[in-house]
Design a protein around this ligand. Structure first.
Ligand code: FAD
Length: 307
């Protein structure tokens, strides 16, 4: 019941102002977004790699309204990659990007987003790593997949995300599994209409398993993005049945969520990549994390009251 309300609030400027100014917000935000600056996130990367984990880094921000903001987003990733260069981490630190932040929703947005993301993918490749295109709401996906295909012509390691809750995703998974793509499969975090997406959690889980099977038996590199213990166990079993070695798929989870499970999977020899978001424009990312687990909202409200 609460999740659709929180997701609707994630699009409201009034709520953005209210939440940003609320006492205690910063403390709760830090659970999911461990830093605002490049230096802070680089320290988190070093710590994660020391613990046997890998990371994918997201500069938070979306819903931009000008071409200048889109260029600034590109530059923020280029600055991040310049910092990572000195650490020589290779694919232990990848980038995740939202094309909306690169201008996808502006006039001429498809071309603009492609033009902005390309230098980031080039810079990532130059330091031995890669970029994954996050999946946003369903209206953005045709453009995202077209940009993914275009980038893969020069940078075949470029990844993309598919969302189990969408009806279209099984067909997308078949295409991506056949062409050898790196693909992160997630349940899906946006508010989608019943005409586009399963609304029932059990249906979403079943779809997730069907899609994961397609990826595991395909030619690409599956990235299992979930904290759900059942799906993680099914992922391990499917990988085994499909004869995949430990370096032929990976698990991904979000920073601040089930951290002990990150370490457990890494200790078992799995590649475990932690999606780590940082930056100042954290509102949309934060609200999606609240929507995923109503208990987070209670914690948030309590921290506001006790401040
Ligand atoms: P759930 O059933 O939601 O959660 C399983 C268990 O994990 C819960 O019982 C709880 O213990 C814990 N948990 C899950 N979420 C939270 C939370 N917010 N706070 C505290 N505990 C929690 N979605 C997109 O639409 N596009 C993307 O590009 C995208 N990228 C992602 C990248 C990664 C690496 C991950 C892990 C998720 C991403 N998501 C993305 C979000 C995803 O769609 C889900 O909303 C999110 O992962 C919750 O689903 P779940 O599979 O963890 O299962």
């Amino acid at each position: 019941m609460l999740a659709p309300v929180i997701l609707a609030a994630s699009r409201s400027d009034q709520m953005r102002r209210f939440v940003s100014a609320a006492p205690g917000t910063k403390q709760v935000v830090q659970r999911f977004i461990p830093g605002e600056s490049v230096d802070e996130v680089v320290a988190v990367v070093v710590d994660a790699v020391d613990k046997g984990l890998e990371v994918t880094l997201d500069v938070v921000g979306e819903d931009i309204t000008t071409r200048e903001q889109a260029a600034a987003a590109r530059d923020a990733y280029l600055e991040l990659i310049a910092h990572l260069k000195d650490l020589g981490l290779g694919t232990k630190a990848e980038m995740s990007v939202k094309l909306s932040m690169f201008g996808q929703a502006l006039e001429g947005g498809h071309e603009l987003a492609l033009a902005n993301v390309r230098p980031v993918v080039e810079a990532a490749a130059a330091i031995g790593t890669t970029v994954t295109l996050d999946a946003e709401d369903h209206t953005t996906l045709d453009s995202m997949f077209a940009i993914h295909e275009e980038l893969r012509k020069d940078f075949p390691q470029t990844g993309c995300v598919i969302q189990a809750y969408l009806f279209r995703t099984e067909a997308d998974a078949r295409r991506l599994a056949a062409n050898g793509s790196r693909v992160r499969i997630v349940k899906g975090a946006y508010k989608e209409p019943a005409s586009e997406a399963y609304q029932d959690e059990a249906e979403i889980d079943k779809a997730y398993v069907r899609i994961l099977k397609i990826l595991m038996y395909g030619e690409g590199y599956p990235m299992i993005g979930s904290h759900d213990p059942r799906l993680i166990a099914i992922g391990q079993e499917l990988a085994r049945r499909a004869g995949r070695k430990l370096d032929e798929y990976e698990f991904q989870m979000l920073y601040g969520i089930r951290s002990e499970e990150h370490l457990r999977l890494a200790a078992e020899g799995h590649r475990m990549r932690v999606y780590t978001a940082y930056g100042t424009d954290w509102y949309g990312y934060f609200m999606r994390r609240l929507a995923e687990k109503p208990a987070n909202l209670l914690f948030f409200v309590r921290s506001m009251i006790t401040k």
